[in-house]
Every structure is written in structure tokens, then in C-alpha cells.
Design a protein around this ligand. Structure first.
Ligand code: PLP
Ligand code: COI
Length: 357
């Protein structure tokens, strides 16, 4: 039994959800988990109704962006109960992001416990259709009120839940991606490998321009030489060239270490595929394309799952990948990962935190 106190909402909003048109991050469940940091420590946390919060105009995060977040998913298991995909990895990454922007670390077990109790309470909010899930969003931010540029001494950690469908309107259909020549997202020595608001603010302008031109997202190159592939706005990127699965290594420190990326690499090695984590230039990708060796390109992410890229544009260079169709390798990763998530495929790597309800 958990000791987390629960204050229940008087009314549920669940009947106002448009289950046939969930999209992504539009609807929020009735309750949140919340913990406060004060006087040098995090409290044990509590569950309360999802409500508007009041903030002061001087609240430091509004000014300096000292905030981090995570994204993971919960699924209705075909065997009953809920399956959360690798939440221990998200808890770890949240603490790594915390270090990057001077937010005090917290007990990862407490986060997982809070998450478990919240998902148990909100089980009815987990969508029933395959392809849909309950997106779990922990967010941590400085809640102190002051104007000097220093780290806050007070913080809030909140977990909110949102029933979601696919992140891209395209679903599993291939997306169009524009390689950014004019803008960069992150640089070595910066905070590109942390899941912090600044990285997403930095991506908005290029993203908007890409949208205007009919692209779903931007593929970022490294911020220094603008030659090496980093990642896409909300997912890591993978290339299949000559039967080898290649993804940029994390060494530059400007790429978010994706948990889906890690899972795909693990599966690929388990299947005996040739796998490389290494630097790859956009010119190498274009060259492979010209030689007919670029078999597949796809993104990996919690929100995006496995998202095939059907078209890549880099300046004047246009690359249509695999006839703008999902390739067999991306499809196999998608089927395997979602199969494990929904409890249809054996979880032989221990990736699922199962919650009985
Ligand atoms: N890169 C960025 C910038 C992201 O926002 C995400 C999404 O979380 C990813 C990559 C993929 O990471 P993960 O697979 O852990 O969701
Ligand atoms: C995720 O995949 O969890 C993301 O964070 C992507 C985006 C919603 C920011």
C-alpha cells in the first residue's frame, strides 16, 4: 500500500473527451501528482485534482526557464491492467536534465511510486484503441519569486496525464522532414542533451517555417559545423544504409538520449542487425541516396513511436525515401515495440512496469 494522500476531484471530465479524435496533448485527466521542494528537500508528494494554478508575475521560471520535463506512455495491456514503458529510464533522464539546469534531484522511486498511484487512479483514462495511449508528462520547475538570475530555492514536480493518439497527423504514414540550414537547436557544451524548455523554444521558429513549407518537422544538424546530423525536433533519427542501421552517437552532447532510440538499438542488436552509433554527415546521407543505398529513414520517440521519413529536403537536395512508404525495418521495430507495450509480445528485456488495477 502506498502512503500517498489522494484528494479526489468532485466531478470527472472524462465524458467530455472526444475519444475518436484525441490528437496529442489536448485532453488532461482529472488528477495530478504533485511534490514541492522547500527548505532543501522534496516532500513525499500527493495526488490532487487537475486545476488551474496561481502564479506570481515574478515566478522565476517565467523569466529564466528553469524547467525540465519527461514524456512516457501507459497502455491498456491485453492481459488487463496498465503497462508503462521503461519509466525507470525516464526518471533517470529527468534527474540528468535536473543537473543540467541546477534543479535539485529527487528520489526516482518516489516519482515511480507517484506515477503508479496516479495511473491506477486514472485507469479509465487509458484509451482502449490500439495506437492510442496515456501520455505521462512529469514536469519540474522553479517556483520561487525573484528577478535575479540564480537557481530557485523552491520547485514543484507535477505529473499530468493526457490520453493521446498519434503525434503526427500522418500516423504511421511517412512524414516530410526539412533539414535546417539556417538555424541550430543546440551546441556542444550547451544543454541539448537535457529535456528542458529552452531546447523546444529554440526549435519553434524553424519548425514554423518548415510547417509553412509542408514539412512535419526539422532535422537538426550540429550547431558548430552544421554538417553532422543531430536529431529531429521531437525524435531521434535512424538511417538504414546498405543494410546497416546507423544513428548519430550521443558524444557531442547536443542530442537527447532517447529511450525509444535505446530500445531500437537493443532490439536491432538482439536481431543480429549491423548497428552503428557514430557521427554521420548529411552529405553522407545524400551520397548514399544518390548511390541508391539509402533504404530507410525513421524517427524514434515516445510521442512519435517509430515514424518513417518519406521525404527529406536539404537545401536544393530532395530525397524521397523508399518510395515514400514505410520500410520493413521501421515496420518491424514499430510492431515489436508496440507489441511489447500492449502486452501482446513477451517483455523479455523487462521494459514494462505493470500496474494491476
Ligand atoms: N529528441 C527530442 C528532442 C525529444 O523531445 C524526444 C522525445 O522525448 C526524443 C528525441 C525521443 O526520446 P524518447 O524516445 O525518450 O521519447
Ligand atoms: C516525447 O516524445 O515525449 C516528446 O517529448 C515529444 C514532444 C511532445 C515534446
Amino acid at each position: 500500500m502506498s502512503n500517498i494522500k489522494i484528494q479526489r476531484a468532485k466531478n470527472s471530465k472524462i465524458n467530455s473527451v472526444d475519444w475518436n479524435n484525441l490528437r496529442f496533448g489536448i485532453f488532461f485527466s482529472d488528477h495530478i501528482f504533485i511534490s514541492d521542494y522547500k527548505n532543501g528537500k522534496w516532500d513525499e508528494g500527493r495526488i490532487e485534482p487537475y486545476n488551474a494554478m496561481s502564479i506570481e508575475p515574478a515566478m522565476c521560471t517565467l523569466h529564466y526557464g528553469q524547467t525540465i520535463f519527461e514524456g512516457m506512455k501507459g497502455f491498456r495491456s491485453v492481459k488487463g491492467g496498465a503497462n508503462i514503458f521503461r519509466p525507470d529510464m525516464n526518471a533517470k533522464r529527468l534527474n540528468n536534465s535536473a543537473k543540467a539546469v541546477c534543479i535539485p534531484e529527487f528520489d526516482e522511486n518516489l516519482l515511480l511510486e507517484g506515477l503508479k498511484e496516479l495511473v491506477k487512479l486514472e485507469y479509465d483514462w487509458i484509451p482502449k484503441e490500439k495506437g492510442q495511449s496515456l501520455y505521462i508528462r512529469p514536469v519540474v520547475f522553479g517556483s520561487g519569486n525573484f528577478l535575479g538570475v540564480t537557481a530557485s530555492t523552491e520547485y514543484k514536480l507535477i505529473i499530468l496525464l493526457s490520453p493521446v493518439a498519434s503525434y503526427y497527423a500522418e500516423g504511421l504514414k511517412p512524414v516530410k522532414i526539412m533539414v535546417s540550414k539556417d538555424y541550430v537547436r543546440a551546441v556542444t557544451g550547451g544543454i541539448g542533451n537535457a529535456k528542458t524548455a529552452a531546447n523546444y523554444a529554440a526549435s519553434l521558429k524553424a519548425g514554423m517555417e518548415a510547417h509553412k513549407n509542408g514539412f512535419s518537422q526539422v532535422l537538426w544538424l550540429d550547431g558548430v559545423t552544421r554538417k553532422y546530423v543531430d536529431e529531429v525536433g521531437a525524435m531521434n533519427i535512424m538511417f538504414v544504409i546498405d543494410d546497416e542501421l546507423i544513428t548519430p552517437s550521443l558524444d557531442r552532447g547536443s542530442i537527447l538520449p532517447g529511450i525509444t532510440r535505446l530500445s531500437v538499438l537493443h532490439l536491432a542488436k538482439d536481431w543480429g542487425m549491423k548497428v552503428s552509433e557514430r557521427e554521420i554527415t548529411i552529405d553522407e546521407v545524400a551520397d548514399a541516396y544518390d548511390k541508391g543505398k539509402l533504404q530507410e529513414v525513421f524517427g524514434t520517440g515516445t510521442a512519435a513511436v517509430i515514424s518513417p521519413v518519406g521525404f527529406l529536403k536539404y537545401g536544393d537536395k530532395e530525397m524521397t525515401v523508399n518510395n515514400n512508404q514505410i520500410g520493413p525495418i521501421a515496420q518491424k521495430f514499430y510492431d515489436t515495440i508496440t507489441g511489447i507495450q500492449y502486452g501482446e509480445i513477451e517483455d523479455k528485456f523487462g521494459w514494462i512496469m505493470h500496474i494491476e488495477v
